[in-house]
Design a protein around this ligand. Structure first.
Ligand code: PEP
Ligand code: MG
Length: 296
């Protein structure tokens, strides 16, 4: 689907499913087989592998996860990986070995749910430790290893300038960033009306992250449902985003919208939205802008 919908690469490959559908932990070789099937089919296009984001609403029976009162605020993603270095090690080894074995010059690895710099530094240090381990064993690793942090927790968005200085790329996880910024459970239909991607607080935060990435010369992409929703493409481009990562079925529609507008036009139309007070006002303005441009 990625190839037939003409993606330029994979902006975020979710790796946790392997741990949700199996009876036992995948071995390093099993992971290599899975990652090879994805990376090799993408040729030279970029593939960003996100390390496991288990926990939250993705509970694996393989990991001894305690029942939590607030799983979305709990033992999730990189927090879990840093506590279970055995699982983390196997995954990182598999990613590095796959990239090198299929002749890729570089591996792009993305850490989910980074909420402070210490967590990021510990994840990076562990990745370097795994690299050294492989080198000592005489196992080939890619020449370039690019490390990215997901910006999906408000604290990471607020500290995006600091995080940007320490990584090779950033990726906004819009699903979680909206959820945590607005304190609205993304899976709870009772509060679905409060899940507002165009809330002024979200827009401000997005804009702040975009500026932090730009200032530090670091590539930034956005993923999550917002990135693939063509009603918001104009908004994202206007705010300054240039890389959108989405479910591949949405690519043709989003590309169609991108072709309808110039960056300058988008900027002029969207930056004033940052001054509006409510999501409703922003949505209304966006709907008008979209309809004037023939986007529906
Ligand atoms: C996100 O939060 O936007 C994201 C892409 O991660 P996930 O939906 O897997 O939490
Ligand atoms: Mg997320």
């Amino acid at each position: 689907k990625v190839l037939t919908n003409k993606a330029d690469g994979i902006g975020l490959y979710r790796t946790e499913f392997t741990y949700l559908i199996r009876r036992r932990f995948p071995t390093e070789d099993e992971l290599i087989e899975i990652y090879t099937s994805v990376m090799s089919r993408l040729g030279n296009s970029e593939v960003v592998i996100r390390t496991i984001d288990l926990g939250g609403d993705k509970i694996s029976h393989l990991v001894n996860q305690p029942a939590e009162k607030n799983p979305e605020l709990g033992w999730r993603a990189v927090r879990l990986s840093l506590d279970r270095l055995d699982i983390f090690r196997t995954q990182l080894r598999a990613i590095l070995r796959t990239a090198a074995t299929i002749g890729r010059q570089q591996a792009k690895i993305l850490f989910p749910m980074i909420s402070n710099l210490g967590e990021l530094r510990r994840s990076q240090a562990f990745l370097h430790e795994v690299c050294d381990e492989l080198k000592k064993e005489g196992v080939a690793i890619p020449t370039r290893i690019l490390i990215g942090a997901m910006i999906e927790v408000p604290s990471a968005a607020i500290l995006a300038d600091k995080i940007a200085r320490e990584v090779d790329f950033l990726s906004i996880g819009s699903n979680d960033l909206v959820q945590y910024t607005l304190a609205v459970d993304r899976t709870n239909s009772k509060v679905a009306h409060l899940y507002q991607p165009a809330n002024p607080a979200v827009l401000r935060l997005l804009h702040q992250v975009i500026q932090a990435a730009e200032k530090n010369g670091k590539p930034l992409s956005i993923c999550g449902e917002l990135a693939g929703d063509s009603r918001y493409t104009l908004m994202l481009l206007g705010l300054g985003l240039r890389e959108l990562s989405m479910n591949s079925v949405f690519i043709p529609r989003v590309k169609q919208v991108v072709r309808l507008i110039s960056i300058e036009e988008a900027r002029k139309a969207v930056l004033p939205l940052l001054e509006l007070d409510t999501a409703e006002e922003i949505e209304r303005e966006l709907a008008q802008l979209n309809s004037r441009l023939g986007i529906n």
